[in-house]
Design a protein around this ligand. Structure first.
Ligand SMILES: N[C@H](CCC[C@H](N)C(=O)O)C(=O)O
Length: 297
């Protein structure tokens, strides 16, 4: 098979064009309904402008996905792969938890590795993926960042709860980075939470210079939360892995959750474990392959 001559650039100018001789092979996957177009950038190097990512992600004019995941060879000793993440709006971001589980399944099923413990470098830090015996995947998401500047979030000082003004209302929120920025609101009932209206307003809140993923968390008990997430660059998704991790971290920092929590999302359940300050967050859940495809130019 002729190797496509593509490079992924942050610039708007592709090195080579999608053309008849260079179809883009991809795999459609999801983690609890948070869906991805996964592209092998090891055996085909890929030139995608933000506009091309948007087209691929479009659910009418393209394949349709919340994020596009690009698998690349690692350039660092001790690291197995690089993993680049592009939201449906075309923007490249730092981390994706559900995508990491799909990544682990993808690289094994595509024959890129036979390891069950895979070290992956992302723009948001190095993560370790472990494929369990039952094919669930546990991701060591690294240590959450709580200092406002690291999120990034504009605040006088670090606190378990911040006051955030939006549309003349004051919201009490948690703020966490899992490599990507998250704000977490506690609500009495996720089903009636104002996700569609408040989500986009907080996503673009000026105190989050890189915008933010917006989590709406209902605490059922100290080991169980329900969560909906309006994702930066994608809108509400059926599940958000880093959002689940951020919600547990925020809830624990506020003294309301135990170390192991079942996070019930609209697409299904994740298990999140966090011992506390300075410790990594572990997230366990499924990864599903839906179909393989070839993208027409
Ligand atoms: N929308 C996120 C990236 C995808 C995260 C989500 N799909 C996950 O499973 O963590 C952001 O802009 O930071």
């Amino acid at each position: 098979m002729r190797t496509a001559t593509w490079r992924v650039f942050r610039s708007r100018r592709p090195v080579a064009r999608l053309d008849r001789m260079n179809p883009l092979h991809f795999t459609k996957m999801h983690g609890l309904g948070n869906d991805f177009v996964v592209v092998d950038g090891v055996r085909q190097s890929v030139a995608l402008t933000p506009e091309q990512v948007r087209r691929i992600a479009d659910r009418h004019f393209g394949v349709g996905c919340d994020q596009l995941l690009l698998v690349e060879a690692a350039g660092t000793p001790g690291v197995d792969f690089r993993y680049r993440i592009f939201n449906a709006d075309g923007g490249e971001v730092e981390q994706c938890g559900n995508g990491a589980r799909c990544f682990a399944r993808f690289v094994r099923e595509q024959g890129l590795t036979d390891k069950r413990e895979i070290v992956v470098e992302t723009a948001g830090g190095v993560i370790v993926l472990t494929v369990e015996a039952d094919d669930a995947v546990t991701v060591d998401m690294g240590v959450p960042r709580l200092e406002p500047a690291a999120i990034p979030f504009v605040a006088e000082a670090r606190a378990p709860v911040y006051g955030l003004d939006a549309d003349g209302e004051r919201f009490e929120v948690g703020a966490v980075s899992m490599g990507n920025p998250h704000v977490v609101l506690t609500v009495p009932d996720v089903d009636s939470a104002p996700v569609a209206t408040l989500g986009p307003r907080l996503e673009a809140h000026p105190r989050f210079p890189k915008r933010v993923n917006v989590g709406f968390m209902q605490v059922v008990d100290r080991g169980h939360v329900r969560l909906r997430v309006f994702e930066r660059g994608a809108g509400e998704t059926l599940a958000c892995g880093t959002g689940a991790c951020a919600a547990v971290v925020a809830g624990r920092v506020q003294g309301r959750l135990d170390a192991t929590v079942t996070v019930e999302l609209r697409g299904g359940r994740l298990r999140v474990h966090w011992e506390g300050e300075g410790q990594p967050v572990l997230m366990t859940g499924p990864a599903t392959r839906v179909f393989e495809g070839t993208l027409a130019p």
